[in-house]
Design a protein around this ligand. Structure first.
Ligand code: T1G
Length: 699
């Protein structure tokens, strides 16, 4: 049982003990009910305390149980809370650290609540595409008021216990403990003090009204419209809280339950729950145990003060880690520092960063022109020109000066990390840290594991990633690692679609309607079309049989590299990001098409989306087969956090699972028959073909 029972004097204490956050899984729920029965059957017991072991009161329902029979098995959370409310002896919730979701709902079912300061209190269900499903939408408004409750439920954001406890008229807590350390003793004393109080208070019996109900909820509905574009849950949260003001408690509870169950089965909620677990699973490397000793990273060096180097440095400064930046020339350093200052000053101006914090961060930054000054850094990251010869010179210098045990990382986005590692005498200390531009903003970090990379180096950089608030995914060594290798196929399909009859705008609009933050051509204009051009030039010699549309080359030959040249697939007004279609570009595409003797055809948005997204899926299946990615969910994390794939679709592989892998393969077989496409590419990867044939999904 993952709930412990112990009697202290006349108080029975039920302690939730289901690490890591006391998720209210079946055995924990059963343990609570059993503890309540024992306490009520024991004449020596006059009151009951429920609390949580370790670092949480409870993080809510056990997300890992969702979709399994266990999550439906009695006692479900409603039954547990009913058992609490029906207890003949008062039940006190002793809350600390984390009290979220079903954990807060359990506490709201208790007769009393005592909280330690510093506890994060939330109903975050909306972040999983659902809503509080065990009475939270009906009870919370009764103790903190309708508006405060709706704000908490629709935002899903945590509020500190001492803040809620200090708002006049809010009765979420009956008592605030002096400190987390004092909570246990104060809870016992408080439980004894209420042992004989009758009738015992129940939140469900409190009134729940809003003086201008209709007007307020109309306002609330308007407010959530924006966030509800692709997510049904926020609007249902409003409906549920409104029901608390209009229905009897029992009816409100039934209404909430109905909304909860309907939302649980939406693809959006499945995607969000998938991503919640996928993001956390990404930090686990199959053959690197969680307790692998990590190297101490107290000081970092960054080589290159350009856009990437400056952004990378900011991540560490933001985490309070000193950074020494090296460049070849003072003016490059000066430019780099100026850019960092400009970024911080913009944040200060927007009120996102306090002046003193800005100054503290800048104080952690130093610069040098001399490699010898880097020798004491624990981690050095190079972000120099993307050319193997340049990397070789840098890593040979590093190998000569860095102290033993320093981690040498390359920010390369495509070059072979194994080759880079063997420019040094310490390949075991070399790893790829592929940041995504802008490096101080994008959450994704591809950790590229070389053949020789030591396990403790991997464990260390994964821990550092968490410290600098990055979502890290481990990739093996291949051209383009995970994200860029897949995006190359995505880009190829975009080019073929232009040859076959689409305009850039049509493709972009179809993909943005699908939910991509940006279509492929707007994205090319943002990143710089010359980057793809350089890769294709390499491909033309390395892989002469790899088929590409030539339109992108024609565009680059006109110097239309994108926003940085003021024109790419689209035109741009200086200082603005709006993509303005350009008639000459469209004509260039039409002329090129005509030169190939292609008669343009009308291509549906559905075909555009399928060819672009399924190209990601097929390449991802190869990446999984080759062991470049450890698991399918890692690839979804890469695309959500690095490429603007829509969160509500859960990532390309989750989306393929939703479509059905059999249907994906069927579509690919159709594309393979298109003479203007790349039939060889559309041969389903063996893993994908196998899963589809067996009616299975990516894990
Ligand atoms: N169930 C199961 N495991 C959970 C969990 C949960 N609710 N919350 C966290 N974990 C695991 C997580 O997977 C990871 O596991 C470890 O804990 C540390 O997580 C009826 C139905 C609690 C603030 O949405 O917001 O109640 O990877 O890295 O940064 O209305 O986790 O180590 O194996 O995030 O310290 C509502 C979600 C559920 C809370 C801790 N509750 N969790 O943050 O650690 S739905 C939530 C969080 C519900 C009822 C409904 C955070 C945290 P592993 P972590 P952290």
């Amino acid at each position: 049982m993952t709930a412990e029972y112990k009697v202290h004097g006349s108080v029975a204490v039920i302690t939730l003990a289901n690490p890591p956050v006391n998720g209210l899984g079946l055995s924990t729920r059963q343990g609570i009910v059993d503890g309540l029965t024992r306490a009520n059957d024991d004449a020596a017991v006059t009151s009951i305390v429920i609390t949580g072991a370790g670092g949480a009161f409870s993080g809510g329902a056990d997300i890992k149980e969702f979709g399994t029979d266990k999550s439906l098995q009695e006692p479900n959370l409603h039954s547990v809370i009913a058992a609490v409310e029906n207890s003949a002896k008062p039940v006190v919730a002793a809350i600390h650290s984390v009290c979220m979701g079903g954990g807060l709902e359990l506490a709201l079912g208790c007769h009393y609540r005592i909280a330690a300061p510093g506890c994060s209190v939330a109903l975050p269900e909306v972040k999983l595409g659902i809503l509080p499903g065990a009475g939270g939408t009906q009870r919370l408004p009764r103790v903190v008021g309708v508006e405060a409750a709706l704000n908490m439920i629709v935002s899903g954001e945590p509020v500190k216990s001492e803040l809620i406890g200090s708002i006049p008229g809010q009765k979420l807590f009956d008592k605030m403990a002096a400190s987390p350390e004092a909570l246990a003793a104060e809870a016992l004393a408080f439980a004894q003090s209420v042992a004989d109080v009758r009738p015992m208070p129940l939140v469900r019996n409190l009134p729940c009204k809003h003086p201008q109900g209709d007007a307020y909820f109309q306002f609330a509905r308007n407010m959530v419209k924006g966030m509800s574009k692709n997510f049904p849950a926020p609007a249902k949260c409003v409906d549920a809280v409104e029901a608390a003001t209009k229905k009897k408690f029992a009816d409100g509870l039934l209404f909430e339950r109905e909304l909860f169950i309907n939302l649980m089965w939406t693809p959006e909620s499945r995607s969000l729950r998938h991503l919640f677990l996928a993001e956390r699973a990404a930090s686990k490397i199959p053959d690197v145990p969680a307790d692998t000793p990590k190297r101490d990273i107290k000081a970092v060096a960054v080589i290159g003060a350009g856009t990437m180097g400056g952004g990378i440095a900011m991540n560490f400064l933001n985490a309070g880690i000193p950074v020494k930046m090296l460049e070849m020339k003072q003016e490059a350093l000066d430019r780099g520092i100026a850019t960092i200052k400009k970024n911080y000053e913009a944040q200060v101006k927007k009120g996102k960063l306090k002046q003193d914090k800005y100054e503290q961060r800048m104080a952690l930054l130093s610069t040098t022109l001399d490699y010898a000054d880097l020798k004491d850094a624990d981690l050095v990251i190079e972000a120099v020109f993307e050319e193997l010869g340049v990397k070789e010179a840098v890593f040979k210098q590093l190998d000569a000066v860095m102290k033993p045990g320093a981690i040498l990382a390359s920010n390369t986005s495509t070059l072979d990390v194994n080759k880079i590692a063997h420019f040094t005498q310490r390949p075991q200390d070399v790893v790829g840290l592929h940041f995504f531009s802008p490096a101080n903003v994008m959450k994704l970090l591809e950790v590229v594991r070389g053949d020789a990379t030591a396990k403790d180096v991997l464990a260390t950089v994964m821990a550092v990633a968490k410290k600098i608030r990055k979502t890290a995914v481990v990739s093996g060594v291949c051209d383009g690692f995970i994200g860029n290798r897949m995006i190359e196929q995505y880009g190829r399909q975009g080019g073929f679609l232009l040859d076959e009859g689409c305009t850039p705008e049509q493709v972009d609009k179809a993909m943005e309607k699908f939910g991509m933050a940006m279509g492929p051509f707007r994205m090319g204009d943002l990143a710089g079309n010359d980057i793809g051009w350089a890769i294709r030039k390499r491909r033309y010699t390395e892989k002469p049989d790899m088929k590409y549309s030539k339109t992108a080359d024609l565009l680059c030959e006109k110097g239309r590299f994108g926003q940085k040249t003021g024109a790419g697939w689209y035109d741009y007004v200086p200082g603005k990001r709006d993509a303005i279609p350009n008639a000459e570009v469209v004509k260039m595409i039409e002329d090129h098409r005509a030169s190939l003797g292609i008669t343009p055809r009308k291509i549906s948005d559905e075909e555009i989306v399928q060819r672009l997204v399924f190209s990601l899926v097929n390449e991802a299946a190869h990446i999984l087969e080759e062991g470049i990615a450890n698991k399918a969910s890692d690839i979804d994390v890469v695309y959500i956090f690095g490429y603007g794939f829509p969160v509500y679709r859960g990532g390309p592989l989750n989306y393929a699972n939703e479509v059905g892998l059999f249907n994906v393969v069927q579509a690919m077989n159709r594309f393979a028959k298109n003479p203007l496409d790349d039939a060889a590419f559309w041969k389903p990867a063996p893993l994908l073909a196998k899963l589809a044939a067996e009616g299975k999904t990516f894990n």
